[in-house]
Design a protein around this ligand. Structure first.
Ligand code: ADP
Length: 157
């Protein structure tokens, strides 16, 4: 079984994440979208809500599983018997950051390979960080997030 873990904060899930998953599905038998819980990093939305939203968005995707983990991504991959990590690249800054993490994960994860997909141009400026900024500023994020979660985004709990 070719299993990939797609790790991230998904705070909140965006149309960029969804596009990446759709494009990666033909490459793997299963993709586990896993929210990495980091006690140092304060999220806007709770872990529970982020999990609910991901489960809702991907409910009709039979090869997608939603989970969360604490600790090292590489340890989580081993536990889930995943041989691959999936990440998106939007620009050069993503590349510089991801290159180091990918090399590290290959070593500490026992040869886990990271598969990168370059984002489509129409999604390359979308990030959860930007979506959060727009929400805080009471702007319209309807084009950047899935319609099924849109109405719940203005409630921060
Ligand atoms: P992190 O907190 O690790 O940056 P995110 O939840 O922001 O995680 O993103 C998870 C993954 O999704 C990352 O690999 C990121 O590059 C990718 N990603 C996020 N937004 C987009 C997008 N608009 N297009 C393609 N990939 C994206």
């Amino acid at each position: 079984m070719k299993i990939a873990v797609f790790p991230g904060s998904f705070d909140p899930v965006t149309v960029g994440h969804i596009d990446l998953i759709k494009r990666a599905l033909p490459m793997f038998d299963k993709i586990i979208i896993a929210i990495g819980v980091n006690s140092q990093k304060k999220s806007l939305y709770t872990l529970e809500r982020r999990l609910i939203w991901l489960r809702r968005v991907f409910e009709n995707f039979k090869n997608v599983e939603i989970d969360s983990f604490e600790g090292l991504t590489a340890s989580y991959c081993k536990k889930r018997e995943a041989g691959y990590l999936l990440r998106g690249l939007r620009n050069g800054s993503d590349f510089d950051y991801e290159k180091t993490i990918s090399q590290l994960n290959y070593i500490i994860g026992g040869e886990i390979d990271t598969v990168f997909l370059i984002s489509q141009p129409q999604y390359s400026f979308i990030s959860s960080t930007i979506v959060r900024e727009i929400i805080r500023g009471k702007g319209d994020v309807s084009r950047f997030v899935p319609p099924s979660i849109f109405e719940e985004l203005s409630d921060f709990n």
